[in-house]
Design a binder for this molecule. Sequence first.
Ligand code: NBP
Length: 488
Amino acid sequence: MTSSDSKSDTTATAQIGVTGLAVMGSNIARNFAHHGYTVAVHNRTTAKIDALLEAHGSEGNFVRGNTIPEFLATLEKPRRVLIMVKAGDPTDAVINELADAMEEGDIIIDGGNSLFTDTIRREKAIRERGLHYVGAGISGGEEGALNGPSIMPGGPKESYESLGPLLEEISAHVDGVPCCTHIGPDGSGHFVKMVHNGIEYSDMQLIGEAYQLLRDGLGKSAPEIADVFRDWNEGDLDSYLIEITAEVLKQTDAKTGKPLVDVILDEAEQKGTGRWTVKSALDLGIPVTGIAEAVFARALSGSVTQRKATVGLASGDLGGKPTDADRFVDDVSKALYASKIVAYAQGFNQIQAGSKEYDWGITPGDMATIWRGGCIIRAKFLNRIKEAFDDEPELATLLVAPYFREAIEAAIDSWRRVVITATQLGIPVPGFSSALSYYDALRTERLPAALTQGLRDFFGAHTYGRIDADPAARFHTLWSADRTEVEI
Ligand code: NBP
């Protein structure tokens, strides 16, 4: 079917509009159409409208709009327009163009990966113009967008009443439950999507470390490691990322006949959502060490100058090669699971802290529910996270929820053995080891922070609290005088 004979009737009335028809937008537009909606489609350059209608116009009812006014004219009122363009300035440009032409009560939805503070700003500006603004995090990539993504919409409750049923319908469903729910006001949806991406970074880093341990610790080939990941996907680690790790590892490069992973340049790129997660965590004072290590590990892989300069530096000679391969594989799987629990525990603490800071009223267990399908971090154990928050909505950390506490108890010796072996062999495991340190630090009764406070008081009179006084009371030792203590 060509663009001229596709269903591109400009007089039709569309229930939803999608502007921005690159990978994500065109697949979401098709997803809406597959669910029986008439979808208005628009793109800055009309070639992408032609391409969509030419290839997929027969899949449902599409209405083309070559310009924004033409596009808006095809939509039922109140209009619902989903923006799927590049985050940042392009999104602002499209919002402004739409808002100038829209009417009171119309809804603008930004489905891109926008920074949540931009969404807070935009929501306020659009609200003041009498329009509704919904910042919706969408995860699942190309495939999810087409067949059912995980959707995290923030914004006014009234907008969700009109928009929610559509979004829930096109989202992934697990056990009949949609992977979409109203997250909270203004930037909450994009905040949760950002943390989701941060957890995704951490998950991928841990998977990478497990792969390297099996490769360099046991000398396994990529296809052999693919088999291990396939086995792991049958148990507690069952998740999309573990499943596709097996797929990538078993892929052969057509050009060389080698495993594809062995010919891919080992420099990981990033688009920025992991970095945003860490920046936000620093502002909130939440130690998301697993996500931070993952972001830095990608940066390190791209530190070509430093890597070239250090090739061949001493590694030490402590031996430590695993003698029992099967036990080592089992240890690595347990270390991976325990480290992954830590990554999620940290991410959920960040969501709790963000919700408190911005007064969003987020229900953490609901995030676990809507991440069970459609998205990149979908995993079997999200059910356990949901149960943990259902049992204890104010849970201090997932690490103390009975299921996870027991899972870590079962993994702890393996986890330590893996970190010891990696250290002996000189295999970098920043994710595994920092997760273990985080766990150990949290459960340690007395931390060296007392000494840090003493030092701060010595050089800067920054004061300290005492274990035997009111927590709010502050004390200072007169270090350069007679070293007696005064209460401030
Ligand atoms: P891209 O992020 O590659 O953006 C391309 C789209 O933005 C095209 O439609 C392009 O129009 C449009 N655009 C640009 Br660039 N500048 C514009 C401007 N000034 N005015 C109007 N339109 C402009 O597309 P994508 O990969 O489909 O992602 C869309 C959004 O979804 C992004 O925010 C992305 O971060 C997010 N996201 C992507 C994924 C994924 O897996 N790719 C997953 C989840 C979320 P043109 O055709 O005229 O150049």
